[in-house]
Design a protein around this ligand. Structure first.
Ligand code: TXE
Length: 505
């Protein structure tokens, strides 16, 4: 097993300039200290060393940010700009993200722990692509002319049509696993393209890349007050944003627990719109006709990519009985090949998990799997004295009542079950309260389409996993969420539709 860990002295690389000063809040086009003057530290999960001081926003700062966003929406230029003007600015943001990709990827790797190579190849270019994609959507705010036949008004003629309009001020609350991609790409780009203004509270665990993004958005020409970013805690900054009567919608990505609490707050408040992208326990299915040379590394990537801290991680493997032993043996080898290390090292495949809290959560699930009698095939241990490194872990001989099979672990832990028929695979795949992702490994067209149709999940990957394109919708069935991020659906979710009747006679 990968006995880590040579951790070189913390190297801030291309992020050293940005990290040399206290990182401030971004409100109404200005970088400012928190009203309270308080700061907090963000640390490197590979070494525990401090990365930067950040201004700690709270209720007063959120209120100021909402006022700025409200003003910018109601009076400011953004919602009144032509679609082509908004398109150019959003496209420019995408370009600036690409021009600064090394620095942004380095910040992401330092703050979250993920390998620089992953952030550079996935998080950052995908964020840029979402801005380029949503920039084009700014030109598609189209309504329709609707032939009506109102039977209650005999003889009347109407010209009826729909208008698609921005919603207003959008409050975004985002997590730490893809800090820039989810906050800027999945949430902000679509909201801005539709003409809304934003107050974002990023995760307090990983605030760095989005604050560098704020500088790029300003450079791209986003008018003051259109984007406001206030790092702070969930209780305080997050709850104030959710409760605020001048906020028209909340876009949230995070835990089920927080999603539920947001819904309670909104239900007792101004009934603002809500989109939720929550957790998952996604099944990855290997049929007996699968190409195992592709399926085995594919399944390993599906769970161990990004330290398993992916909302749609393929964390429950269902394998046909005929290939079960071969798959388990292959997966053990794949897991044991993975090199743990600092995200900034070229040889690292998997970095540390994001925080002490997350390490404790994952280790407590691993211990519960052992206590409940699952067979530990490989892994299961924390590695090294420093940082939050956990071995890629595989459990076999699990059953559906075990916590490790039912609950989201959000770490590098795979549970493996076997089945004998397609019907059984479908039943087991859907035996979860979640419905975010699913994988299917098969060479049969019939299996592909039967499974893809029967599995209750927002995204199904066939002979692949973790593919994320700007144009495809992403979101959950069941307790994995409400609504969709990315794609046309996400753009439309940041708009209202108005019906207009004009009587002609
Ligand atoms: O999430 P939280 P945490 C899952 C995953 C993980 C678990 C806990 O299983 O182990 O959630 O992670 C803000 N009102 N996912 O504790 O607390 C918070 O400050 C308003 C899945 O980090 O939900 C942060 O900005 N906001 C997931 C954001 O909510 C509140 C990604 C998410 O934090 C708040 C992350 C409140 N009462 C975790 N409490 C995915 N779907 O990808 C917290 N926040």
């Amino acid at each position: 097993m990968s006995e880590v860990l040579e951790l070189p002295k913390q190297d801030l690389g291309p992020a050293s300039g940005f990290l040399s000063k206290t990182v401030q809040l971004f409100i109404d086009g200005e970088f400012v200290d928190a009203a309270s003057g308080e700061i907090f530290e963000t640390t490197n999960p590979a070494t525990g060393e401090k990365l930067a001081d950040i201004a700690l926003g709270d209720a007063a700062d959120i209120n100021k940010a909402v006022d700025a966003a409200r003003q910018a929406f109601d009076k400011g230029p953004w919602s009144k700009m032509t679609p082509s003007e908004r398109q150019k600015i959003l496209y420019k943001i995408g370009d600036l993200i690409l021009e600064n990709a090394d620095e942004l990827a380095y910040l992401e790797s330092l703050d979250n722990g993920k390998p620089f190579s992953v952030a550079r190849a996935a998080d950052i270019p995908l964020t840029a692509d979402l801005f380029h994609y949503m920039a084009a959507h700014a030109r598609t705010m189209e309504g329709a002319i609707i032939p009506v036949s109102d039977i209650a008004v005999p003889g009347a003629e109407f010209h009826a049509y729909t208008l698609r309009e921005a919603i207003g001020v959008i409050g975004l609350i985002t997590p730490w696993n893809y800090p820039l991609l989810i906050a800027a790409g999945w949430q902000m780009a679509g909201a801005l393209a539709a003409g809304n203004t934003i107050v974002l509270k990023p995760s307090e665990v990983t605030p760095l890349s989005i604050m560098r993004f704020a500088e790029l958005a300003k450079e791209a020409g986003v008018p003051d007050g259109v984007i406001n970013i206030v790092p702070g805690n969930g209780l305080g900054a997050g709850t104030t944003l959710t409760e605020h009567d001048l906020v028209d919608k909340i876009g949230f990505t995070g835990s089920v627990r927080t999603g539920r609490s947001i819904l309670h707050t909104v239900a007792d408040g101004n009934l603002k719109k809500v989109t939720l992208e929550l957790g998952g326990k996604s099944p990855d299915i290997i049929m007996d006709d699968a190409d195992l040379e592709k399926a085995i590394p594919g399944v390993a990537m599906g769970i161990f990519f990004n330290q398993g801290e992916c909302c749609c991680a393929g964390s429950r493997l269902l394998v046909h009985k005929l290939v079960y032993n071969e798959v388990l043996e292959g997966l053990k080898k794949e897991a044991e090949k993975i090199k743990l290390g600092s995200g900034q090292s070229d040889t690292t495949d998997m970095g540390p998990v994001v925080s002490q809290k997350q390490e404790d959560t994952i280790m407590s699930y691993i211990n519960s799997g052992i206590e409940e009698g699952a067979t530990l095939v490989t892994g299961g241990k924390k590695v090294g004295e420093q940082g939050h490194f956990i071995e890629p872990t595989i459990f076999a001989d699990v059953n559906r009542d075990m916590k490790i099979v039912k609950e989201e672990i959000f770490g590098p832990v795979l549970v493996v079950q076997s089945f004998e028929t397609l019907e059984e695979a479908i039943e087991m795949a859907n035996d979860t309260e979640f419905g975010l992702g699913a994988g299917i490994w098969t060479e049969s067209l019939a299996n592909t389409h039967q499974l893809a149709k029967a599995i209750k999940a927002g995204t199904v990957f066939v002979n692949c996993y973790n593919v994320f394109d700007a144009a495809t919708p992403f979101g959950g069935y069941k307790m994995s969420g409400w609504g969709r991020n990315r794609g046309k659906e996400a753009f439309e979710a940041f708009t209202e539709t108005k019906a207009v009747y004009a009587k002609l006679n």
